[in-house]
Design a protein around this ligand. Sequence first.
Ligand SMILES: [Zn+2]
Length: 80
Amino acid sequence: MKNREVACPHCKKKFNYFESEFRPFCCEKCRLIDLGHWLSESYSVPAEKLTPDEIETLEKVQYEEENPEEDDEEGSSQGR
Ligand SMILES: [Zn+2]
């Protein structure tokens, strides 16, 4: 069985290269975040390698990065 330990380019976590579906990244999130940085740095490059599904996930991840969960309780505007 192949076993090759590499460090994720995004989070530097060590993982087995052959076990990750998202190599060279350790997980989908690292891959998408890194792709997102790459895309925003060179936006002139068409993202034709991404499937619509990947783009959707990417946008979601980026949104969550930019908008950390806040305690947005709807009860904050309650009267008396
Ligand atoms: Zn990672």
